[in-house]
Write a protein that binds this ligand. Structure first.
Ligand SMILES: [Fe+2]
Length: 247
């Protein structure tokens, strides 16, 4: 059994073709590839459905935590189901979202998962489609090339977790003696983010929550995405983007 882990995909899964990821030749559906958020569950258009089916046809099981760029309206109706000790949403038979605040036992290792992050490419704000000034605002921002997002089209408030999700995470950790092997998140705890993040990356309720988690638990390695770089920030905190690591 093998477990690989990588960073943000944003709906582009070409890193998993056989040329870039030849290890799959000996893999089966009992082997796993984990994506640290921004999987790209974004739309139901033909192209995205085609890519998801392409992933489903791969000889491994794809597991992902959510990022800030997922479509939470699409995700909401997918029922949660128990899987390896935690809760998942099954997008396709072997493409599963590892839900927030869950502890999973996979291949003899214990994983804590908690997706989500604040979008930071929103200097132009979040536009509302039913705002009478929507088009005027959009045109102005497009003209000035200021990044913005549109509520329920390219931004969802669920990118940050509810109190219920946060509490569930702490309870699940406590039940396992506050000890796991690996943590998989999209953003990093505040203390780690402060080491490399510029002014764009400010602490928020999620980085602060992850900081609390970090101070409370024993863990071997913490993998996260979001920052679009591959880097070992400490000997235990690994930032992932396009690199695929074997755990
Ligand atoms: Fe991303």
């Amino acid at each position: 059994m093998s477990i690989y882990i990588t960073g943000d995909c944003h709906g582009d899964y070409r890193r998993f073709n056989t040329e870039n990821f030849p290890e799959q030749k000996t893999m089966t559906k009992d082997d796993y590839v984990i994506i640290c958020g921004d999987f790209g569950f974004w739309s139901e258009d033909r192209e995205q459905r085609w890519w998801r089916n392409w992933l489903e046809a791969k000889p491994f099981t794809t597991l992902w935590v959510d990022g800030n760029h997922e479509n939470y309206d699409l995700l909401a109706p997918v029922p949660a189901e128990p899987w390896h000790g935690g809760k998942v949403q099954r997008i396709l038979p072997s493409v599963l979202r590892l839900m927030r605040g869950q502890v999973f036992d996979i291949g003899g290792y214990r994983f804590f998962t908690f997706g989500g992050a604040s979008s930071h490419d929103i200097q132009g704000g979040i536009l509302e489609q039913d705002d009478p000034a929507f088009l005027t605002k959009k045109k102005r921002l497009d003209r000035q090339r200021i990044p913005y997002r549109i509520n329920h089209v390219s931004w969802w408030k669920e990118e940050l977790p509810s109190i219920k999700e946060r509490e569930e995470g702490l309870r699940n950790l406590e039940r396992r003696g506050n000890a796991v092997d690996y943590v998989v998140t999209h953003c990093a705890p505040t203390g780690i983010q402060n080491r490399f993040g510029g002014p764009l990356f400010q602490p928020d309720c999620l980085t602060e929550y992850l900081q609390t988690v970090e101070e409370r638990i024993a863990f071997r390695k913490w993998f996260f995405g979001h920052y679009h770089d591959d880097r070992a920030v400490t000997d235990r905190h690994v930032m992932l983007y396009e690199q695929i690591l074997r755990i």
